[in-house]
Design a binder for this molecule. Structure first.
Ligand SMILES: [Zn+2]
Length: 151
């Protein structure tokens, strides 16, 4: 799925913004990304993968025979079936990236916008902030408060 960086995520009134939703038919920013940023994104993914899907999105830049994208960094993971959400530094906005963003950086030279990198590096992994909770708060805004159970 392609969304330009900083476009509005679904119907979130600009509170959640897309970052790193790349597809081959659209150009994207390339450049060096510090290894620390990648490690922090992996830590964010492991802390809380948000908006899990039942299917797995394949990387559009890799040959189809490659199949699912795996990431081996300490442990084994599949990328492409969840999102990584992170608040910006004043927590006024949330960035929503596909988990494949880690792969796009490592193997396809993607350089996310600096504001996103700053949000990732500024995020406290021990904080109570939760992407899933942010999502449920948005759902409450849309549909009125209710118990969504576990999903
Ligand atoms: Zn790829």
């Amino acid at each position: 799925m392609f969304f330009k960086d900083f476009t509005e995520y679904k119907n979130t009134k600009g509170r959640v913004l897309h970052i790193g939703w790349l597809e081959p038919e659209h150009d994207y920013e390339k450049g060096e990304v510090d290894e620390k940023v990648v490690k922090k994104l992996i830590a964010l993914h492991d802390r809380e993968a948000t908006c899990l899907t039942r299917g797995v999105h394949l990387c559009g830049f890799c040959p189809p025979e490659r199949g699912w994208v795996y990431l081996q960094e300490g442990k084994h993971r599949i990328l492409g079936h969840a999102e990584i959400w992170v608040p910006n530094n004043d927590q006024a906005k949330t960035f929503a990236a596909p988990s494949l963003i880690i792969h796009y950086i490592l193997e396809h030279g993607y350089r996310p916008p600096q504001e996103f990198i700053d949000a990732v590096m500024g995020f406290d992994l021990n904080s109570d902030w939760s992407g899933d909770q942010t999502w449920m708060d948005l759902m409450d805004d849309w549909y009125g408060p209710q118990d969504w159970g576990d999903f």
